[in-house]
Design a protein around this ligand. Structure first.
Ligand SMILES: C[S@@+](CC[C@H](N)C(=O)[O-])C[C@H]1O[C@@H](n2cnc3c(N)ncnc32)[C@H](O)[C@@H]1O
Length: 348
Protein backbone atom coordinates (compact mmCIF):
# COMPACT_ATOMS: atom_id res chain seq x y z
CA UNK A 1 0.00 0.00 0.00
CA UNK A 2 2.70 2.42 1.17
CA UNK A 3 4.89 1.21 -1.66
CA UNK A 4 2.12 1.90 -4.20
CA UNK A 5 1.74 5.47 -2.86
CA UNK A 6 5.50 5.98 -3.03
CA UNK A 7 5.57 4.74 -6.63
CA UNK A 8 2.81 7.16 -7.62
CA UNK A 9 4.76 10.05 -6.04
CA UNK A 10 7.91 8.95 -7.90
CA UNK A 11 6.01 8.85 -11.19
CA UNK A 12 4.40 12.25 -10.55
CA UNK A 13 7.84 13.75 -9.89
CA UNK A 14 9.13 12.14 -13.08
CA UNK A 15 11.49 9.84 -11.16
CA UNK A 16 12.41 6.48 -12.64
CA UNK A 17 11.11 3.45 -10.72
CA UNK A 18 12.91 0.68 -12.65
CA UNK A 19 16.63 0.48 -13.34
CA UNK A 20 19.07 -1.86 -15.06
CA UNK A 21 20.90 -4.27 -12.70
CA UNK A 22 23.92 -2.70 -10.94
CA UNK A 23 27.31 -3.21 -12.59
CA UNK A 24 29.83 -5.30 -10.62
CA UNK A 25 32.80 -3.26 -9.37
CA UNK A 26 36.23 -4.14 -10.78
CA UNK A 27 38.06 -6.73 -8.73
CA UNK A 28 40.66 -4.11 -7.55
CA UNK A 29 37.92 -1.71 -6.36
CA UNK A 30 35.48 -4.19 -4.84
CA UNK A 31 37.10 -4.75 -1.44
CA UNK A 32 37.61 -1.02 -0.78
CA UNK A 33 34.04 -0.27 -1.88
CA UNK A 34 32.59 -2.95 0.42
CA UNK A 35 34.68 -1.54 3.27
CA UNK A 36 33.53 2.00 2.56
CA UNK A 37 29.86 0.96 2.43
CA UNK A 38 30.39 -0.97 5.69
CA UNK A 39 31.95 2.06 7.41
CA UNK A 40 29.13 4.32 6.24
CA UNK A 41 26.48 1.83 7.40
CA UNK A 42 28.14 1.55 10.83
CA UNK A 43 28.20 5.33 11.30
CA UNK A 44 24.91 6.32 9.65
CA UNK A 45 22.55 3.35 9.97
CA UNK A 46 19.36 5.44 9.86
CA UNK A 47 20.52 7.20 6.67
CA UNK A 48 21.50 3.87 5.11
CA UNK A 49 18.04 2.48 5.92
CA UNK A 50 16.29 5.54 4.55
CA UNK A 51 17.77 5.20 1.08
CA UNK A 52 18.44 1.46 0.74
CA UNK A 53 15.57 -0.12 2.68
CA UNK A 54 12.81 2.51 2.71
CA UNK A 55 13.71 3.55 -0.85
CA UNK A 56 13.62 7.30 -0.16
CA UNK A 57 15.90 9.92 -1.74
CA UNK A 58 18.79 11.15 0.41
CA UNK A 59 20.48 14.58 0.69
CA UNK A 60 24.12 13.58 0.71
CA UNK A 61 26.53 15.54 2.94
CA UNK A 62 30.09 16.39 2.01
CA UNK A 63 31.50 13.34 3.86
CA UNK A 64 29.26 11.04 1.83
CA UNK A 65 29.81 12.59 -1.61
CA UNK A 66 32.75 10.44 -2.74
CA UNK A 67 31.05 7.19 -1.76
CA UNK A 68 27.85 8.18 -3.55
CA UNK A 69 29.77 9.11 -6.69
CA UNK A 70 31.31 5.60 -6.68
CA UNK A 71 27.89 3.99 -6.13
CA UNK A 72 26.35 6.09 -8.91
CA UNK A 73 29.08 4.89 -11.33
CA UNK A 74 27.90 1.33 -10.71
CA UNK A 75 24.16 2.09 -10.99
CA UNK A 76 23.51 1.45 -7.28
CA UNK A 77 22.15 4.98 -6.84
CA UNK A 78 21.18 7.75 -9.26
CA UNK A 79 21.87 11.47 -8.78
CA UNK A 80 18.60 13.41 -9.08
CA UNK A 81 19.71 16.82 -7.76
CA UNK A 82 22.93 18.65 -6.86
CA UNK A 83 23.34 16.61 -3.64
CA UNK A 84 20.32 14.32 -3.85
CA UNK A 85 20.49 10.65 -4.74
CA UNK A 86 17.76 8.05 -5.15
CA UNK A 87 18.34 4.31 -4.82
CA UNK A 88 18.37 2.03 -7.89
CA UNK A 89 18.44 -1.11 -5.70
CA UNK A 90 17.62 -2.22 -2.17
CA UNK A 91 20.71 -3.10 -0.16
CA UNK A 92 20.45 -5.48 2.80
CA UNK A 93 23.15 -5.68 5.47
CA UNK A 94 23.46 -9.33 6.50
CA UNK A 95 26.27 -10.73 8.65
CA UNK A 96 28.99 -8.56 7.13
CA UNK A 97 27.69 -8.70 3.54
CA UNK A 98 25.64 -6.18 1.59
CA UNK A 99 23.18 -7.88 -0.75
CA UNK A 100 21.47 -5.94 -3.54
CA UNK A 101 17.98 -6.78 -4.79
CA UNK A 102 15.42 -4.92 -6.84
CA UNK A 103 13.46 -1.93 -5.59
CA UNK A 104 9.86 -2.80 -4.73
CA UNK A 105 8.87 -0.19 -7.33
CA UNK A 106 10.34 -2.51 -10.01
CA UNK A 107 6.95 -3.92 -10.92
CA UNK A 108 7.99 -5.95 -13.98
CA UNK A 109 7.66 -9.71 -13.57
CA UNK A 110 11.46 -10.13 -13.46
CA UNK A 111 11.82 -8.25 -10.13
CA UNK A 112 14.75 -9.73 -8.16
CA UNK A 113 13.51 -11.00 -4.81
CA UNK A 114 14.09 -8.93 -1.65
CA UNK A 115 15.58 -10.34 1.51
CA UNK A 116 13.27 -11.22 4.38
CA UNK A 117 12.91 -13.80 7.12
CA UNK A 118 13.48 -16.80 4.88
CA UNK A 119 17.00 -15.95 3.72
CA UNK A 120 18.06 -15.17 7.28
CA UNK A 121 16.69 -18.56 8.37
CA UNK A 122 18.30 -20.40 5.48
CA UNK A 123 21.69 -18.74 5.87
CA UNK A 124 21.74 -19.56 9.60
CA UNK A 125 20.42 -23.11 9.31
CA UNK A 126 21.56 -24.59 5.99
CA UNK A 127 23.74 -27.65 6.45
CA UNK A 128 26.78 -26.72 4.35
CA UNK A 129 29.76 -28.92 5.18
CA UNK A 130 33.41 -28.23 4.38
CA UNK A 131 34.23 -29.47 0.90
CA UNK A 132 30.59 -29.73 -0.25
CA UNK A 133 29.58 -29.21 -3.86
CA UNK A 134 26.43 -27.14 -3.42
CA UNK A 135 23.65 -26.42 -5.92
CA UNK A 136 21.11 -23.68 -5.30
CA UNK A 137 18.07 -23.87 -7.55
CA UNK A 138 16.16 -20.58 -7.93
CA UNK A 139 19.26 -18.51 -7.11
CA UNK A 140 17.74 -15.00 -7.10
CA UNK A 141 20.15 -12.39 -5.71
CA UNK A 142 22.62 -15.14 -4.76
CA UNK A 143 22.40 -14.39 -1.03
CA UNK A 144 22.16 -18.00 0.15
CA UNK A 145 24.80 -19.26 -2.27
CA UNK A 146 27.31 -16.59 -1.22
CA UNK A 147 27.04 -17.65 2.42
CA UNK A 148 27.23 -21.31 1.36
CA UNK A 149 30.40 -20.47 -0.58
CA UNK A 150 32.17 -19.57 2.68
CA UNK A 151 32.31 -23.28 3.63
CA UNK A 152 31.69 -25.21 0.41
CA UNK A 153 34.29 -26.28 -2.16
CA UNK A 154 32.09 -25.17 -5.07
CA UNK A 155 28.70 -23.53 -5.47
CA UNK A 156 26.46 -23.49 -8.53
CA UNK A 157 23.30 -21.38 -8.73
CA UNK A 158 20.60 -21.66 -11.38
CA UNK A 159 17.89 -19.15 -12.17
CA UNK A 160 15.56 -18.80 -15.09
CA UNK A 161 15.70 -14.99 -14.75
CA UNK A 162 18.74 -13.36 -16.41
CA UNK A 163 18.22 -10.26 -14.23
CA UNK A 164 18.64 -12.36 -11.06
CA UNK A 165 21.96 -13.68 -12.38
CA UNK A 166 23.14 -10.11 -13.02
CA UNK A 167 22.35 -9.20 -9.39
CA UNK A 168 24.10 -12.34 -8.17
CA UNK A 169 27.21 -11.31 -10.14
CA UNK A 170 27.12 -7.85 -8.53
CA UNK A 171 26.63 -9.31 -5.06
CA UNK A 172 29.46 -11.78 -5.52
CA UNK A 173 31.80 -9.01 -6.70
CA UNK A 174 30.95 -6.91 -3.62
CA UNK A 175 30.93 -9.73 -1.03
CA UNK A 176 32.53 -12.86 -2.50
CA UNK A 177 32.48 -16.22 -0.74
CA UNK A 178 35.61 -18.31 -0.33
CA UNK A 179 34.58 -20.53 -3.26
CA UNK A 180 33.46 -18.97 -6.54
CA UNK A 181 29.77 -18.94 -7.49
CA UNK A 182 28.98 -20.48 -10.86
CA UNK A 183 25.75 -18.85 -12.10
CA UNK A 184 23.77 -20.64 -14.83
CA UNK A 185 20.68 -19.43 -16.62
CA UNK A 186 17.85 -21.88 -17.22
CA UNK A 187 15.01 -23.76 -15.61
CA UNK A 188 15.76 -25.98 -12.61
CA UNK A 189 18.24 -28.77 -13.54
CA UNK A 190 18.11 -28.06 -17.31
CA UNK A 191 21.47 -26.24 -17.65
CA UNK A 192 23.43 -29.08 -15.95
CA UNK A 193 25.30 -31.95 -17.62
CA UNK A 194 23.35 -35.15 -17.17
CA UNK A 195 25.74 -36.84 -14.74
CA UNK A 196 26.43 -33.84 -12.47
CA UNK A 197 25.59 -34.45 -8.80
CA UNK A 198 25.85 -32.40 -5.58
CA UNK A 199 26.37 -32.94 -1.85
CA UNK A 200 23.74 -30.35 -0.96
CA UNK A 201 20.86 -28.98 -3.01
CA UNK A 202 19.15 -25.85 -1.63
CA UNK A 203 16.00 -24.17 -2.83
CA UNK A 204 13.76 -21.27 -1.89
CA UNK A 205 11.28 -21.66 -4.78
CA UNK A 206 8.44 -19.39 -5.93
CA UNK A 207 5.87 -19.98 -3.19
CA UNK A 208 2.66 -17.94 -3.54
CA UNK A 209 -0.69 -19.54 -4.33
CA UNK A 210 -1.68 -17.56 -7.44
CA UNK A 211 -4.98 -17.73 -9.38
CA UNK A 212 -4.42 -18.94 -12.99
CA UNK A 213 -5.39 -15.64 -14.62
CA UNK A 214 -3.48 -13.33 -12.28
CA UNK A 215 -0.10 -12.06 -13.46
CA UNK A 216 2.48 -12.19 -10.72
CA UNK A 217 6.22 -11.94 -10.14
CA UNK A 218 8.35 -14.80 -11.43
CA UNK A 219 10.03 -14.95 -8.01
CA UNK A 220 6.81 -15.85 -6.20
CA UNK A 221 4.41 -17.40 -8.70
CA UNK A 222 4.01 -20.95 -7.43
CA UNK A 223 0.83 -21.65 -9.42
CA UNK A 224 -2.58 -22.38 -7.97
CA UNK A 225 -1.46 -24.29 -4.87
CA UNK A 226 1.96 -22.65 -4.64
CA UNK A 227 3.79 -25.90 -5.38
CA UNK A 228 4.19 -25.92 -9.20
CA UNK A 229 7.96 -25.37 -9.13
CA UNK A 230 8.40 -27.86 -6.28
CA UNK A 231 6.45 -30.48 -8.27
CA UNK A 232 8.65 -29.77 -11.31
CA UNK A 233 11.95 -30.15 -9.46
CA UNK A 234 11.33 -33.06 -7.09
CA UNK A 235 11.22 -35.94 -9.63
CA UNK A 236 14.87 -35.24 -10.66
CA UNK A 237 16.25 -34.36 -7.24
CA UNK A 238 17.29 -37.82 -5.94
CA UNK A 239 19.29 -38.44 -9.14
CA UNK A 240 21.11 -35.10 -8.67
CA UNK A 241 22.30 -35.96 -5.15
CA UNK A 242 25.65 -37.63 -4.50
CA UNK A 243 25.58 -40.66 -2.17
CA UNK A 244 24.81 -39.16 1.27
CA UNK A 245 23.67 -35.93 -0.43
CA UNK A 246 21.20 -33.68 1.40
CA UNK A 247 18.29 -31.59 0.14
CA UNK A 248 16.96 -28.46 1.87
CA UNK A 249 13.93 -26.37 1.03
CA UNK A 250 12.28 -23.33 2.61
CA UNK A 251 8.81 -22.46 1.36
CA UNK A 252 5.09 -22.07 2.05
CA UNK A 253 2.86 -25.07 1.48
CA UNK A 254 -0.90 -25.41 1.67
CA UNK A 255 -2.29 -28.27 3.67
CA UNK A 256 -5.35 -29.71 5.31
CA UNK A 257 -6.20 -31.97 8.19
CA UNK A 258 -3.29 -34.31 7.32
CA UNK A 259 -0.66 -31.49 7.36
CA UNK A 260 1.35 -29.71 4.65
CA UNK A 261 1.20 -31.08 1.07
CA UNK A 262 4.92 -30.40 0.71
CA UNK A 263 5.76 -33.14 3.22
CA UNK A 264 3.72 -35.70 1.21
CA UNK A 265 5.58 -34.70 -1.97
CA UNK A 266 8.98 -34.98 -0.27
CA UNK A 267 8.15 -38.42 1.12
CA UNK A 268 7.07 -39.58 -2.32
CA UNK A 269 10.16 -38.33 -4.14
CA UNK A 270 12.86 -38.81 -1.51
CA UNK A 271 12.19 -42.28 -0.09
CA UNK A 272 14.92 -43.47 2.28
CA UNK A 273 15.45 -39.98 3.64
CA UNK A 274 14.73 -38.61 7.07
CA UNK A 275 12.83 -35.32 6.85
CA UNK A 276 13.34 -32.81 9.62
CA UNK A 277 10.51 -30.33 9.23
CA UNK A 278 10.94 -26.93 10.91
CA UNK A 279 7.48 -25.39 11.43
CA UNK A 280 8.12 -21.66 11.02
CA UNK A 281 4.61 -20.25 10.73
CA UNK A 282 1.05 -21.08 9.66
CA UNK A 283 -1.85 -18.99 8.40
CA UNK A 284 -5.46 -19.61 7.41
CA UNK A 285 -5.44 -19.96 3.61
CA UNK A 286 -7.95 -17.10 3.20
CA UNK A 287 -5.58 -14.71 4.91
CA UNK A 288 -2.61 -15.93 2.86
CA UNK A 289 -4.31 -15.38 -0.51
CA UNK A 290 -6.04 -12.13 0.50
CA UNK A 291 -3.84 -10.08 -1.88
CA UNK A 292 -5.47 -11.86 -4.87
CA UNK A 293 -9.08 -11.25 -3.78
CA UNK A 294 -9.64 -8.81 -6.68
CA UNK A 295 -7.82 -10.98 -9.26
CA UNK A 296 -9.75 -12.49 -12.18
CA UNK A 297 -11.03 -15.98 -11.37
CA UNK A 298 -10.46 -15.60 -7.61
CA UNK A 299 -13.73 -17.24 -6.49
CA UNK A 300 -13.27 -20.32 -8.67
CA UNK A 301 -9.62 -20.57 -7.54
CA UNK A 302 -10.65 -20.39 -3.89
CA UNK A 303 -13.35 -23.03 -4.41
CA UNK A 304 -10.94 -25.44 -6.11
CA UNK A 305 -8.53 -25.17 -3.16
CA UNK A 306 -11.40 -25.69 -0.68
CA UNK A 307 -12.56 -28.75 -2.63
CA UNK A 308 -9.10 -30.25 -2.04
CA UNK A 309 -9.48 -29.66 1.70
CA UNK A 310 -6.72 -27.03 1.72
CA UNK A 311 -7.52 -24.50 4.44
CA UNK A 312 -4.13 -23.71 6.00
CA UNK A 313 -0.81 -22.54 4.60
CA UNK A 314 2.36 -23.60 6.43
CA UNK A 315 5.79 -21.96 6.29
CA UNK A 316 8.41 -24.72 6.45
CA UNK A 317 12.12 -25.38 6.29
CA UNK A 318 12.81 -29.04 5.55
CA UNK A 319 16.17 -30.77 5.82
CA UNK A 320 16.22 -34.14 4.03
CA UNK A 321 19.11 -36.58 4.48
CA UNK A 322 19.59 -40.31 3.88
CA UNK A 323 19.01 -42.26 7.07
CA UNK A 324 18.66 -45.83 8.33
CA UNK A 325 15.49 -44.52 10.04
CA UNK A 326 13.60 -42.69 7.31
CA UNK A 327 10.50 -40.82 8.37
CA UNK A 328 9.37 -37.37 9.41
CA UNK A 329 10.34 -35.43 12.51
CA UNK A 330 8.64 -32.09 13.19
CA UNK A 331 10.32 -29.39 15.28
CA UNK A 332 9.31 -25.84 16.23
CA UNK A 333 12.50 -23.84 16.78
CA UNK A 334 10.88 -20.95 18.64
CA UNK A 335 14.04 -19.13 19.78
CA UNK A 336 15.64 -19.37 16.34
CA UNK A 337 12.47 -18.06 14.68
CA UNK A 338 12.49 -15.07 17.03
CA UNK A 339 16.15 -14.34 16.33
CA UNK A 340 15.58 -14.37 12.56
CA UNK A 341 12.39 -12.35 12.85
CA UNK A 342 14.13 -9.67 14.92
CA UNK A 343 16.67 -9.16 12.13
CA UNK A 344 14.27 -9.39 9.17
CA UNK A 345 11.55 -7.21 10.74
CA UNK A 346 14.08 -4.42 10.68
CA UNK A 347 14.00 -4.50 6.87
CA UNK A 348 10.24 -4.23 6.34
C1 LIG B 1 11.52 -16.98 -3.93
S1 LIG B 1 12.72 -16.46 -5.06
C2 LIG B 1 14.19 -16.97 -4.18
C3 LIG B 1 15.44 -16.26 -4.61
C4 LIG B 1 16.68 -16.53 -3.73
N1 LIG B 1 17.06 -17.91 -3.74
C5 LIG B 1 16.41 -16.05 -2.31
O1 LIG B 1 16.31 -16.91 -1.41
O2 LIG B 1 16.32 -14.84 -2.12
C6 LIG B 1 12.57 -17.67 -6.34
C7 LIG B 1 13.52 -17.54 -7.54
O3 LIG B 1 13.21 -18.63 -8.42
C8 LIG B 1 13.43 -18.21 -9.76
N2 LIG B 1 12.72 -19.16 -10.63
C9 LIG B 1 11.38 -19.22 -10.89
N3 LIG B 1 11.12 -20.29 -11.67
C10 LIG B 1 12.30 -20.91 -11.91
C11 LIG B 1 12.68 -22.06 -12.64
N4 LIG B 1 11.80 -22.81 -13.30
N5 LIG B 1 14.00 -22.40 -12.66
C12 LIG B 1 14.92 -21.66 -12.01
N6 LIG B 1 14.61 -20.56 -11.32
C13 LIG B 1 13.33 -20.19 -11.25
C14 LIG B 1 12.94 -16.79 -9.76
O4 LIG B 1 13.49 -16.08 -10.84
C15 LIG B 1 13.45 -16.31 -8.39
O5 LIG B 1 14.74 -15.75 -8.51
Amino acid sequence: MLQGARRRIDLLLGRRTEFPPPRPPDREDAASLAEEVGRWFAGAEARFERIFLAGKPLFVNRHERALFARLADLGVVERIGPSIYQPCVRLFPLYGRFIATDLLSHESSDQVFSLMFEQVYLVRNMDVQAGDRVLELCLGSGVNSLFAADAAAAVTGIDVNERALAFARFNEALSPGTAPLEGLQGSLYDPLDEDRTFDLILVNPPFELVPHDASWFLHSDGGEDGLDVVRALLPDTAARLAPDGRFEIITWSPGGAHGPLLVDLLREHLPGMRLTVHMLDAQPLDEHVEQFREAPGYDAFRERLAARGLEEVYFLFVHAAPSPTPGVEVVTPTAEIETCRALADHWL
